[in-house]
Design a protein around this ligand. Sequence first.
Ligand SMILES: [Mg+2]
Length: 315
Amino acid sequence: MSERSSAAGSPPRAASPAPSVPAALATAIDEVARVGRLLVSLDFDGTLAPFDVDPARSRMLPDSAAAVRRLAALADTTVALVSGRSLASLAEAAGASQPLVDPGAATPAPPGLPLGVVLVGSHGLEARWADGSLDPVVLSDAEARALRELDARLTRLAEEPGAAGAGGSGATTGAWVERKPASVSLHTRTVADAEVASGLEAAARAAAEGLPGVEILPGKRVVELTVRRGDKGRALDLLRAREHADAVFSIGDDLTDERSFVRLRPDRGDIGVHVGPGPTAAQFRVGTIEQVSAVLARLADSRRTSAPAACPCHA
Ligand SMILES: [Mg+2]
């Protein structure tokens, strides 16, 4: 939609005012690009894709999508999208059900991702692995009952007078409820009045009261109530072990990404990058999602030129 992507075909360093990668981060990227097996763990919303009032419309920035595709095509490199979205929503938004496109194609690629990209949804509770196999969420009867009750409570909150915000009317201008396999969330990003939004968030947290086993996952303008705790940190540990990764590159913008960042081992070459302002356990920070595109392009370029040319196991 915007300017034509320069991700394929020609070196992108000419006249375009592309966002730069901080020097210290560029150096660290070039180092991690040389490891034997690399895991690239990527948050989706606010990292690869800009926020949209309707999450169903969120799509990756074209330059980020192109870099992710190039990374996924490299030997000994696993790319995983690790999101709080449900697996189904993540796959839809990432276009991850589309077939693999030629990574060397000179024309701008379509916005989808290859099937070999691992998708981890619900903060690690469900996954689609690189071979296409699925690990779904299976709730106990008690968990399913609690989830139904939470859904009813948050739905009532979202329908309260005032929840739609000043002048708001309709689903995309007020608080709204997102339903996932093990949780329900109240989103307040689209509530116009900040005080109303924080009041709703407090009420959403209180909605967990009296329901044993329910946990609260606060986020940016969202309160998620879950009957089974997902944890991006545990997801990262699982991915690292499953993929036999020698090092991990992890990037994300949300509070839940901090659980991943604290599991990183910078002494072994892992890299964590936080997107945006605010405190973080990550070693590095970028300001915008356009910079994320530049960081991923740097990683793809560096790994393509410095990693072992081909996986010996496939030779
Ligand atoms: Mg995010």
